[in-house]
Design a binder for this molecule. Structure first.
Ligand code: SAM
Length: 267
């Protein structure tokens, strides 16, 4: 490879044809589809998507890689140079929906996920590569140590399927960890009714803020008022002595709704 990968941009280029094929298969592209790829890198995935999709928009932060991508002659490739976390998705992703397909830089995968959640109406499908540990958290059911903030928010809106586990040897340079490809399909109706999303996020964040504490103590620590918290737990039928990781999504939603009803339960 006549290119020196940059660590600060999380550059591990996918070389394994089998894995590339699995990603393309999971994306199920047709020429009517518009695709967003975050971090196209040297273009291994991009080159497979260009003949299969109507339009491929890519967001790449590394100007050296952007220059290389500009050398491609595909008429349906649109390149946005910049940090995907800062680029204005609503303005750039014209005429949604898009399929988001990406081998994400691992150092920003959580932040990208939160940005995806914020912009979820723009997307009809996501096929994303994660560090395996992060993938395990996204798919985790309640009750274990893997279940957390990202599991709740992603599973609220999406059906998540594991496409394939990817060994380090599939990349150049070789990373230290296993990876996993996940496919996200938006649910026709979310798994729970969440009226006030920002408030729901605050409740979930507060609950998981101190995982070893009971739900009651974690939420008190996050600034919720004791009397209102007690009343809301009562209304939602949830024992405050439980830990956050034991609550399912519907219970988080019920607690959030009950707390919102008590004037947001905050000091
Ligand atoms: N898609 C390519 C592949 O599968 O071989 C490259 C994947 S590599 C793990 C991550 C890519 O994301 C690199 O090209 C890197 O330069 C780019 N990248 C890193 N941080 C980024 C950011 N904040 N915004 C956009 N692209 C970024």
């Amino acid at each position: 490879m006549d290119y020196k990968a940059k660590k600060q941009y999380g550059q591990n280029f996918l070389r394994d044809r089998h894995v590339l094929g699995k990603i393309i298969e999971a994306a199920a592209l047709s020429t009517d589809d518009k695709v967003l790829e975050i971090g196209p890198g040297l273009g291994a995935l991009t080159d497979l998507m260009l003949p299969r999709a109507g339009l491929v928009r890519v967001m790449e932060v590394d100007s050296e890689l952007v220059e290389r991508l500009q050398g491609r002659s595909a008429a349906n490739l649109v390149i946005h140079q910049g940090d995907a976390l800062r680029l204005p998705w609503k303005e750039l992703l014209l005429e949604p929906p898009y399929k988001l397909v990406a081998n994400l830089p691992y150092n920003i995968s959580s932040q990208v996920l939160f940005k995806i959640l914020e912009h979820r109406p723009l997307f009809s499908r996501l096929v994303l590569m994660f560090q395996k540990e992060v993938g395990d958290r996204l798919c985790a059911p309640p009750g274990g140590k893997d279940y957390g903030i990202l599991s709740v928010h992603c599973q609220l809106w999406f059906e998540i399927r594991r496409v394939t586990i990817v060994p380090p040897g599939a990349f150049v340079p070789v990373p230290k960890v296993d990876s996993v490809v996940l496919a996200f399909t938006p649910l026709a109706t979310p798994r729970a009714v969440v009226a006030d999303e920002p408030f729901f996020r605050r409740v979930v964040k507060g609950a998981f803020g101190q995982r070893r504490k009971t739900l009651r103590n974690a939420l008190l620590g996050a600034g919720f008022v004791e009397s209102e918290l007690r009343a809301a737990l009562d209304v939602a039928g949830i024992d405050g002595g439980r830990r956050a990781e034991t609550l399912n999504i519907q219970e988080f939603a019920a607690l959030s709704t009950a707390l919102a009803g008590s004037d947001k339960g905050e000091r």
